[in-house]
Design a protein around this ligand. Structure first.
Ligand SMILES: [Zn+2]
Length: 368
């Protein structure tokens, strides 16, 4: 663990990461996350929300009529939604965001009922006793899976459990921190680890004068197509943007020369993915700051992916970078994040924000 972190502050940060990870917030139903965030950031400045549950935070030190640097992280997580209730009380569901069936089968979930209480259920799986040799080898698909909340009829699900068509569902996982290894284990680190990092950066900057205004957005519905960020970007109209993310770690699934977001090697700065070409000038600026501050970073070029950076860039034309903290097993029930990667991501964002001058912003927004 890096030295020099105030103990109280460190404990607060670890608790914040755990609270945000455990919170329920499938796309469209992010209110629990927004509420935690509002409490955490109440000293930062003025806050407001919109009809999509985007949260906007203006620093107290903002003056208006200055350039705007937007910080962003997304509040939603991948989850499921009830599509139909079967006569025997089982729930048929659709996925919200990217999932594969093998990662869902036999996992615990929480289903939100009409009273907004969460009810534990299990994604069905057939015990090995009842599977023939050929059935065991059959590939799974999401359409084969159901959720069992322990009811025996549709009536029971509706009347006693209060579950209805459209009820949102999240993985039932509580975040744990292993102090010895500096390791978080939990769900939804995409993007709650980014949410925590952004809050921490705002907190560190409290009372500091910067030559530009900072508006932070906690955007909704990223996992279903950057929907919240599209609205938020149009409102904020930033000049420059930094997006915080929890990105999938690739150190266990790629050849060594293709590893670009290993856990424990620092934040990842993405040059390119299918949705966005990072501003090469701003990216270079960020990498130079990292070098000067001795912060380890990784860079990547991705054939897939997509972040809120794309929505912001398309709405405003602002040079945008993505600072992503590697998450092992993203979009499953059980992810891992190294605290040290989080700390490096925070230091890098702070380093950039504290160094940026108005002249430099001018150069970045007028590269030619
Ligand atoms: Zn994400």
């Amino acid at each position: 663990m890096k030295e020099g972190i105030n103990f109280v502050k460190k404990m607060e940060t670890i608790e914040l990461i755990q609270t945000l990870s455990t919170a329920n917030g499938v796309s469209g139903f992010e209110e629990e996350v927004v509420k935690i965030y509002k409490e955490t950031c109440q000293e930062i400045g003025e806050m407001s929300t919109d009809g999509m549950k985007n949260l906007y935070i203006q620093r107290k030190e903002n003056q208006g009529n200055r350039r705007i640097v937007q910080l962003d992280a997304h509040s939603d997580e991948v989850g499921l939604i009830v599509q139909a209730i079967l006569p025997n009380g089982m729930l048929r569901f659709l996925t919200v965001g990217g999932w594969v069936a093998n990662n869902l089968s036999a996992q615990k979930v929480r289903v939100r009922n009409r009273q907004k209480k969460y009810i534990t259920g299990v994604v069905t799986s057939i015990p090995p006793h009842f599977l023939s040799e050929s059935e065991r080898k059959k590939p799974l698909s999401v359409q084969d899976l159901l959720i069992d909340v322990g009811a025996k009829s549709k009536k029971e699900v509706e009347e006693i459990y209060g579950i209805a068509i459209g009820s949102p569902i999240v993985p039932d996982v509580e975040c744990k921190f292993d102090e010895k290894r500096g390791l978080f284990l939990g769900k939804a680190f995409d993007c709650r680890i980014g949410c925590a990092c952004m809050a921490d950066v705002l907190d560190e900057l409290k009372g500091e004068e910067l030559p530009f205004d900072v508006v932070a957005t906690l955007s909704s519905q990223e996992e279903v197509g950057l929907r919240g960020a599209t609205v938020a970007a149009n409102k904020v109209k930033s000049d420059l943007a930094i997006v915080f993310e929890g990105c999938p770690a690739d150190d266990l699934s790629k050849e060594s020369f293709m590893i670009q977001s290993a856990m424990g090697k620092g934040p990842m700065l993405r040059h390119f993915d299918v949705s966005m070409i990072t501003s090469p000038e701003f990216q270079e600026y960020a990498l130079e700051v990292a070098k000067k501050l001795n912060i380890p970073v990784q860079v990547s070029v991705r054939s897939g992916g997509g972040t809120n950076g794309a929505a912001i860039q398309k709405a405003t034309g602002s040079p945008t970078i993505v600072i992503a903290i590697p998450v092992r097993y993203a979009h499953t029930h059980h992810g891992m994040v190294e605290y040290q990667d989080y700390l490096y991501a925070k230091e890098l964002a702070l380093g950039i924000l504290r160094k940026l001058s108005n002249e430099e912003i001018t150069t970045l927004i007028q590269p030619v």
